[in-house]
Ligand binder design. Structure first.
Ligand SMILES: Cc1cc2nc3c(=O)[nH]c(=O)nc-3n(C[C@H](O)[C@H](O)[C@H](O)COP(=O)(O)O)c2cc1C
Length: 212
């Protein structure tokens, strides 16, 4: 048996809760921005976050409603995506509090910052990865705005590198699940993708056609 859910016959909040419970786990962009006057350094987690394009490298996050992060990006056209690691869970959650616009989360929560290399908003000093972005475009969708940022610079702490590459066990990413749930990394499986031409004969869905 399956239970049907139709967005037309549900209130938007209920459907949103359903979506965020089934589109899991979601990586978390801990987004730092500066106010238009450059005085307030803002920081907030966004789990509607992913890669939008590989070349050029563009990432995206979604602001549900018009929040300080979005307003700052619109005004300054710059932001930083800081990686959200497990040891910083409490701090990350504390930056999701709806502080007044004039109160930047770096100061309010006591998050240590460091200067970015290519953009004005600061990076989170304790975060192992920072992607410095310039605004590529925004896209309004209903009550939300998708922000696309071109990654102009990336820094990775040497502590999370193994053989020169970021290692998931050292990065220890947090994820957002449904409701107030957070995830941590579970078992990691290493399994190479199989190329079609390497499939043994007779295993493909349409084996007769594919080898020619
Ligand atoms: C783990 C987590 C993920 C979140 N993801 C989003 C998101 O993707 N989009 C969004 O608009 N708000 C999201 N929020 C809520 C914002 O972080 C929150 O509204 C915050 O106060 C916004 O800050 P700002 O007004 O300084 O931009 C999330 C909160 C948490 C704790």
């Amino acid at each position: 048996m399956r239970v049907d859910h139709s967005p037309e016959s549900m209130d938007p909040g209920s459907f949103y809760r359903l979506l965020t419970s089934v589109i899991v786990p979601r990586p978390i962009a801990w987004v730092s921005t500066l106010s238009a006057d450059g005085r307030t350094a803002n920081l907030a987690p966004h789990s509607f976050f992913t890669v939008a394009s590989t070349d050029p490298p563009i990432v995206q996050f979604t602001s549900v409603g018009r929040k300080d992060s979005l307003r700052n990006v619109e005004a300054t056209r710059e932001f930083v995506v800081n990686f959200a690691p497990e040891p910083l869970l409490e701090q990350i959650n504390a930056t999701a509090t709806d502080f007044p616009r004039s109160e930047g989360e770096f100061d309010a929560v006591g998050v240590e910052r460091e200067p970015s290399s290519r953009v004005a908003p600061p990076r989170v000093a304790a975060s192992p990865v920072a992607l410095e972005c310039t605004l590529h475009a925004t896209l309004g969708l209903g009550d939300s705005t998708v922000v696309f940022g071109r990654v102009v610079h990336a820094v990775v702490s040497a502590d999370v590198l193994a053989d020169g590459r970021p290692d998931i066990r050292l990065l220890r990413p947090l994820s957002r699940l449904g409701g107030n749930e957070w995830g941590t990394i579970g078992q990691v499986h290493d399994l190479a993708r199989i190329r079609y031409r390497d499939l043994p004969a007779g295993q493909g869905p349409d084996d007769g056609d594919r080898r020619g």
